[in-house]
Design a protein. Sequence first.
Length: 109
Amino acid sequence: MEESLESAGGDVRYTELPGVGHDVWTPAYDSAELRQWLDERGTKPVIPNKSNRKQPFCFDRKSYKYRHRIENAFCRLKDFRRIATRYDRLARNFLASVCLVAAIVWWTL
């Protein structure tokens, strides 16, 4: 998989954390290396600190709240089978489906 991503121009960063069970992403997202890498790319990290971090990083809580809302919106869109599996072959039909479902989701909130 790494080779495929690199051949497509992706910058693959793989870190294996020893002794971490099922919740492997929490310590990986809270690492100083990831934050430094994001800063080098010009990306502002919006990642909350773990509760037991000795030297907490500052992060924008408002941006984190908005990011969470966007994630929830995508999850809600994926509740519709047609969107989650992308039945439509044409991009314009898929876009029309996404717009219709987004309107339905917005209307029901």
